[in-house]
Design a protein around this ligand. Structure first.
Ligand SMILES: NC(=O)c1ccc[n+]([C@@H]2O[C@H](COP(=O)([O-])OP(=O)(O)OC[C@H]3O[C@@H](n4cnc5c(N)ncnc54)[C@H](O)[C@@H]3O)[C@@H](O)[C@H]2O)c1
Length: 259
């Protein structure tokens, strides 16, 4: 176990699977107390079991990030359990069905935007309130990382319209929050993964096997990423090593957007 986060507490949304799980494990392995926030209770419990196994400290708080009262409760329960909120990785998200723009339904648009974009705003709203309160009390502050995507910087003809919109939006609100709260000692950044092998991407490849060759070709390194390659970036962005990094959208994509 490392010590970079010893004595610190934070939360990871979408920590019941994929990138969020890898990040929760990495934070815990660096000594942080971690709240695993996800709608998937079984997935969350599985992440907690992994953290228990490495001697880390974590609790699960079932949270739907698209619901304000649940997000508020997530932050309240973090503070009730661990006394403070030093960092947050707002990572929960869904791909939504891959449907052409002209066939995309309003219902799907609202669902994807509700989780991927409104959810990140709600998380920041309640997290930053808490960080401001503790910053006044202890001269602290905090660090927030939001999961965007390469689809927050560019798009592709086949990328679902609401997903592209949500991830571009995440980068926008990341910059907004970074500027608004920099003077209060709160840093806010985004991470932009390329395609990472998680259940989200496995689902896309299963439903659309014809897309696999193109997706591979879009990554100059010749492979997809693994969740740990994103969690390394997220944990670093939350750490003191990144103390001068604020308002950035960091690509971790094997060169995807360098084309
Ligand atoms: N895998 C990729 O290639 C890739 C690429 C770019 C960005 N991303 C983004 O990374 C993030 C994590 O994706 P992943 O690939 O690990 O997917 P995943 O499906 O493995 O994990 C996502 C987790 O989010 C949870 N979740 C879904 N809706 C939720 C809600 N309303 N409230 C709380 N939790 C919710 C799910 O239960 C799941 O545990 C997402 O924001 C995704 O858009 C993924």
């Amino acid at each position: 176990m490392g010590e970079d986060f010893a004595g610190r507490a934070g939360l990871v949304t979408g920590a019941g699977s994929g990138i969020g799980r890898a990040a929760a494990l990495k934070f815990a392995s660096e000594g942080a107390k971690v709240v695993i926030a996800d709608v998937d209770v079984d997935g969350s419990e599985a992440t907690k079991a992994m953290i228990d196994q490495i001697g880390g400290e974590a609790i699960c708080v079932r949270t739907d990030v698209s619901q304000a009262e649940e997000v508020a409760a997530m932050v309240e329960q973090t503070v009730a359990a661990y006394g403070r909120l030093d960092f947050a990785f707002n990572n929960a998200g869904i791909a939504g069905d891959i449907v052409p723009l002209i066939d995309y339904s309003e219902e799907l648009w609202d669902r994807v935007i509700g989780i991927n974009l409104k959810g990140v705003w709600l998380c920041m709203k309640y997290e930053i309130k808490q960080m401001l309160a503790q910053s006044q009390a202890h001269g602290g502050g905090g660090a927030i990382v939001n999961t965007a995507s390469v689809m927050g910087l560019i798009s592709s003809a086949s990328n679902p319209v609401a997903y592209t919109a949500s991830k571009h939006g995440v980068i926008g609100i990341t910059k907004n929050a970074a500027l608004a709260y920099a003077a209060s000692g709160i840093r806010v950044n985004a991470v932009c993964p390329g395609y990472i092998v998680t259940p989200l991407v496995e689902g896309i490849l299963e439903r659309h096997p014809e897309r696999k060759a193109q997706i591979m070709a879009d990554h100059p390194v010749g492979r997809l990423g693994v969740p740990e390659e994103i969690s390394e970036a997220a944990v670093w962005l939350c750490s003191d090593a990144a103390s001068f990094v604020n308002g950035t959208a960091m690509t971790v994509d094997g060169g995807y957007v360098a084309h």
